[in-house]
Design a protein. Structure first.
Length: 324
């Protein structure tokens, strides 16, 4: 089991690393120990209830299919990950577009050699939006570490850079992705180990220090059929989306399903449940899940879809808000 140095790492220290000042990198991070699930039971989203539009068919900096998205709920920003235009799938080159909540394009950042972009999270520190995102792509284009890197509009960062933190939370694991629950302040990490995908959940109070030694839950999720297209966490439930883009063999309403999983037991709580959100979109491939709480206190589960014609792919995002 590998460890980084036991230096006390504050959020401000993480921010300094993300922006290139202070420590050059954190190394591989604390290894994760085994842990029994210890997450208090919470409400969950009722996946059978209707979905509502945030926006449809909005332009990104890259015209390729979006992969995932995440919110900075403090600074009111939305970030969408897509592959870089004219870059091969195996390269792991990502284009992060910043949008406002109406879907208007604001800025971009290129992350070369980072990964596939299945899921990521945003952790704000002051006015800076910091991305928790995979990095150091392998030959298949999937990230082998997690990065903590400040979003800097109009810039390009290579994975080989030493100007941001890199972590391997679980000893012996590969192909990390993550998502953040900004309501209950936890991070969910999906990783590949021993030929299978596994889940670990951490308190943000720990990950803010670069400490992955005390997961509050670890489990192997149940097998769910369909093409995996993203996941997120809300309270004591993980949400998982599967499906494919519209085609002759997969016409409207498509095969997009959402499943909720109890992270204390690893068992399915609801689903897979077919969603018809955005059923009239052109192409309509499910791409990403994220959580956001409005200023009025309403928690929402957001569902993302790539839409539009080939060569002019767009972003479309919807949400569910019924809790049980």
């Amino acid at each position: 089991m590998e460890h980084n140095s036991r230096t006390s790492l504050t959020r401000r220290g993480l921010l300094r690393t993300a922006t290139g000042a202070g420590l050059a990198a954190f190394g591989v991070g604390y290894g994760a120990a085994s842990a029994a699930a210890s997450v208090g039971a919470t409400s969950r989203f009722d996946l059978s209830q209707p979905s509502y539009d945030l926006f449809r068919d909005k332009n990104l900096h890259s015209n390729r299919v979006q992969q995932s998205f995440a919110f900075d709920s403090v600074n009111k920003r939305l970030f969408v990950a897509a592959k870089r235009l004219d870059s091969p799938e195996s390269a792991g080159d990502l284009c992060i577009s910043q949008l406002d909540f109406d879907g208007n394009y604001v800025s971009y950042m290129h992350l070369n050699g980072f990964g596939h972009g299945v899921a990521f999270g945003v952790r704000p520190v002051g006015s800076t939006s910091n991305l928790w995102i995979e990095t150091d792509a392998n030959g298949n284009g999937y990230g082998t570490k997690l990065a903590f890197i400040g979003y800097n509009p109009g810039t390009t960062v290579d994975a080989a850079s030493q100007g941001f933190g890199k972590f391997q939370p679980v000893s012996g694991a590969t192909e990390y992705t993550c998502s953040i629950d900004p309501v209950y302040n936890r991070m969910i990490v999906r990783y590949h180990k021993d030929g299978a995908k596994h889940i670990a959940v951490y308190d943000l109070a720990d990950t803010d220090r670069g400490d992955f030694s005390s997961p509050v839950a670890m489990f192997t999720p149940p097998a769910i059929s369909g093409t995996p297209q993203g996941y997120t966490l809300y309270g004591s439930y993980m949400y998982f989306i599967t499906g494919d883009g519209y085609s002759a063999s997969n016409p409207d309403p498509g095969n997009t399903y959402i499943t909720s999983i109890n992270i204390n037991t690893g068992a399915i709580a609801q689903g897979p449940t077919l969603t018809k959100a955005g059923s009239t979109l052109i192409y309509r491939e499910p791409e990403g899940l994220a959580i956001y709480r409005t200023d009025a206190g309403e928690s929402r589960l957001f569902l993302g879809f790539a839409s539009g014609n080939e060569g002019d792919r767009r972003s479309s995002i919807f949400y569910k808000n019924a809790l049980v």
